[in-house]
Design a protein around this ligand. Structure first.
Ligand code: AN0
Ligand code: CP
Length: 320
C-alpha cells in the first residue's frame, strides 16, 4: 500500500480485520520489517491518540520515528502558490515537503479542514500536495475530509464486540460548542458502508454528509427512531457540510441539547454499546452515565488505534 487516505486503500476488509487480529495477538510479530526505516509524523493540529498510537505502531514494526508539530517550533508555512511572502510565513510548503521527505521513508500527515473553503477541503488540498511533492508513501492521520485510521480502529472494535452477525450501527450527530470537521463521520460512513452492518445515520436537517461518503446509506432525521434496536451508537459532532446549503459550509447550525446521548436515548436501543473517537465533551455529546457505563467502548476503541496503525504501516513497509 503506497497511500492510505480512505477505505478503498485497505482492499478486502475481512482480510484487513484478520490482519488486525493477528497483530493484536502479537504486536511485535513484524518488528524486523521496519529496521532502518523512518516514519515522519507531521501535525498541523493537536492530537493525543493519533500522536501516541501511531508512534507506538511504528515502533512495533521496528521503525525510527520523527514527530514534527508544524505550529510549535517550525517556520510558519505558506500553502498558497503565487503569494508574495511578505507576511509572517517564512517558508513555503512546496520547499518544506521535499525537505521533510528527504529525512524519512513514510510520512503521516494531520491537517484538519479549514472549514472556510469547501473546495479546498473536499479536494484535500494539503494532503494531495504531500502526495504530489514528497515522492514518499503518505498516510492520513486525519486530513480535511477523512480520518481512516480512526474508522479502521472503529471497525476492529465493532468486530470484537458485536453480538450478532449483522449488527445495527447508528451514527448520530450530537451538539458541540465549536465548529468541527466532517472527517470522522465521513470516514466512519465510508467504512460502515463497506462493512457487514445495518447502517443508519441520524442528524438534524442541514447536517447532510457528502454523498461520496453516505453512498445511499439510510438517513433518519428522528434520532429516537434511529436508535430503536441499535447495537452500536457512534456519536460525533460535525459542522455543516454545505451539501444542502453551500453558504453554511463549516458553520454551527444547531446546539440542540436534546441530541446529547443520555440514558433515555440508550434505553431505546438493543442495550447498545456507546462509541466515540475522543476527545469528547461530556454532557454536550454524551452524558457522564453513558460514557461511564460498562457498555461504553471509548477506551478499547482508542486502544485499537495502535492496531489499525500497525496494520497500515506494515502494509506500507511491505510495499516500499
Ligand atoms: C477533531 C474532529 O472533530 O475532527 C478530532 C477528532 C479526532 N476534534 C476536535 O477538534 C475536538
Ligand atoms: N481520535 C483521535 O484521532 O484523537 P486525537 O485527535 O487525540 O489524535
Amino acid at each position: 500500500m503506497r497511500y492510505y487516505t480512505n477505505v478503498k486503500d485497505l482492499g478486502d476488509l475481512n482480510l484487513a480485520l484478520a490482519e488486525a487480529s493477528e497483530i493484536k495477538k502479537d504486536r511485535y510479530k513484524f518488528e524486523a520489517l521496519g529496521k532502518h526505516n523512518t516514519c515522519l509524523l507531521i501535525f498541523f493540529n493537536n492530537s493525543l491518540r493519533t500522536r501516541l498510537s501511531t508512534q507506538k505502531a511504528a515502533r512495533n514494526l521496528g521503525m525510527d520515528v520523527i514527530v514534527l508539530d508544524v505550529n510549535q517550533g517550525a517556520w510558519k508555512l505558506e500553502t498558497e502558490r503565487g503569494v508574495i511572502m511578505d507576511g509572517d510565513k517564512s517558508e513555503h510548503l512546496l520547499e518544506a515537503i521535499p525537505v521533510m521527505a528527504s529525512y524519512c521513508d513514510i510520512i503521516g500527515v494531520r491537517s484538519f479542514a479549514g472549514l472556510t473553503n469547501r473546495d479546498d477541503d473536499y479536494t484535500e488540498k494539503v494532503l494531495t500536495e504531500f502526495i504530489k511533492y514528497s515522492g514518499k508513501p503518505v498516510f492520513s492521520m486525519e486530513a480535511a475530509t477523512g480520518h481512516p485510521l480512526q474508522a479502521f480502529a472503529d471497525l476492529i472494535t465493532i468486530e470484537e464486540y458485536k453480538r450478532k452477525d449483522r449488527p445495527k450501527v447508528v451514527l448520530t450527530w450530537a451538539p458541540h460548542p465549536r465548529a468541527l470537521p466532517q472527517a470522522v463521520p465521513n470516514s466512519f460512513s465510508d467504512f460502515m458502508n463497506e462493512a457487514d452492518v445495518d447502517f443508519v445515520i441520524t442528524h438534524p436537517h442541514g447536517y447532510e454528509l457528502d454523498e461520496k461518503f453516505v453512498r445511499g446509506a439510510n438517513v433518519e432525521y428522528d434520532q429516537m427512531k434511529a436508535f430503536q434496536g441499535a447495537d452500536f451508537i457512534y456519536a460525533k459532532n460535525w459542522s455543516c457540510p454545505g451539501v444542502t446549503t453551500p453558504e453554511d459550509y463549516g458553520k454551527i447550525l444547531s446546539k440542540d441539547m436534546s441530541w446529547t446521548v443520555d440514558t433515555a436515548h440508550m434505553a431505546a436501543t438493543n442495550d447498545a454499546f456507546f462509541m466515540h473517537c475522543l476527545p469528547v465533551r461530556r454532557n454536550m455529546i454524551v452524558s457522564d452515565d453513558v460514557i461511564e457505563a460498562p457498555t461504553s467502548l471509548v477506551i478499547p476503541e482508542a486502544a485499537n488505534r495502535e492496531i489499525s496503525a500497525t496494520v497500515v504501516l506494515k502494509r506500507m513497509l511491505e510495499a516500499l
